[in-house]
Design a protein around this ligand. Structure first.
Ligand SMILES: [Zn+2]
Length: 350
């Protein structure tokens, strides 16, 4: 008995509420994003330089931001360290002059109730439960269970309907299945989710489409991907007016980064992403969260490869992670200002 109660005592004390870390959930930022016709950036991170770059860009531009962590990233970075990194991010934003930052710490692609619960208990302000690969009724049951737990702590929950193609950490799917608009009302009502990730042709990773799925620009020879299924998005918005929609796999795979990587010893043939023009259009709709991961990886890798190629004698990580950080700041700033339109959208920009 005594042993059991002492375990409970330790467990109880290890629980952390995100509000104590200075984080916010996604409810209010999504509401404003839908009404304002812009989208909130959800940038994945797993290391200090990425986090510094995300906070620098979002703070300078007064943008709400979602720090997104996958299961793989959580294993890579360590959950305890992550919690303090998120808390540090809030303080860093204030130090940069952004006195009222709106930063969410979000679990990307939670694959079990236990993982989502563990994140809620460790200071995440938002979690995704991805039951999209399960049969429909099982997806509903699992998502509902996570919502019931998370909402006790005012943690917001993202669910998913439809399957995205591509590779992202442990999430792998051969082909995509668009979200079926007929299912969304039932799913959202029965699960109680706060936002819904849908599949309309975006895809995970740096190879979003095979060359066979694309056409080629006759002038540049570059691959031109097929357009997103905006008709499916429209049908979903009609069913769920004003409900927050999420797009995963929305990196654009900037060809300038791919070119730098390939010119400096890398090998990324035919890497292709979602054209920014399409994401700009989506941002103006009920899509209020856009996930970007691969673009940051590409920027980081391009900068590091360039330093290594130009200065083979360099062995101080600050001398190659520093330029990587600079390039990521440029990338995140560009996304916020030129693609998603979330700059200057904090409730209080002082
Ligand atoms: Zn995803």
């Amino acid at each position: 008995m005594r042993i059991k109660s002492s375990i409970n005592f330790i467990y109880y004390n290890s629980m952390v509420n995100y509000k104590d870390l200075g984080l916010v959930n996604t409810r209010d930022m999504f509401k404003r994003a839908i009404n304002g016709g812009y989208a909130i950036p959800a940038f994945n991170f797993n290391n200090m330089e990425q986090l510094q770059a995300i906070i620098k860009a979002s703070s300078d531009l007064r943008s709400p931001v979602i720090l997104q962590v996958s299961k793989g990233a959580r294993n890579y970075a360590n959950q305890t360290l992550l919690r303090y990194m998120a808390q540090g991010a809030v303080e860093y934003a204030k130090e940069l002059g952004c006195h009222h930052p709106e930063i969410s710490l979000h679990l990307d692609h939670g694959d079990s109730f236990e993982l989502c619960k563990s994140c809620v208990d460790m200071g995440f302000s938002s979690v995704m439960i991805d039951g999209s690969a399960l049969p429909y009724e099982e997806n509903i049951a699992l998502t509902k269970k996570v919502v019931e737990y998370a909402h006790q702590f005012d943690v917001t929950v993202e669910g998913e309907l439809g399957v995205l193609a591509g590779v992202e950490d442990e999430v792998v799917a051969e082909e995509s299945h668009y979200t079926q608009p007929e299912e969304v009302i039932d799913f959202v009502t029965r699960t109680g989710v706060d936002s819904l990730a849908i599949s309309i042709g975006t895809s995970h990773g740096a190879y979003k489409f095979t060359p066979a799925q694309c056409t080629r620009d006759p002038q540049t020879g570059r691959l031109v991907p097929p357009p997103l299924a905006f008709d499916v998005l429209d049908a979903i918005m009609e069913k769920l007016p004003g409900f927050p929609i999420v797009l995963h796999g929305s990196s654009s795979v900037p060809q300038e980064y791919v070119d730098i990587i390939n010119a400096n010893g890398g090998k990324l043939p035919d890497a292709v992403g979602i054209p920014e023009e399409q994401l700009r259009k989506a941002s103006k709709s009920a899509v209020c969260k856009i996930n970007i991961d691969s673009d940051s990886r590409l920027a980081f890798t391009a900068a590091v490869r360039k330093v290594f190629a130009e200065k083979p004698g360099e062995f101080d990580p600050r001398k190659y992670c520093g330029p990587a950080r600079d390039l990521m700041i440029e990338l995140y700033s560009h996304k916020i200002k030129e693609v998603l339109g979330s700059d200057g959208k904090l409730a209080n920009c002082d």
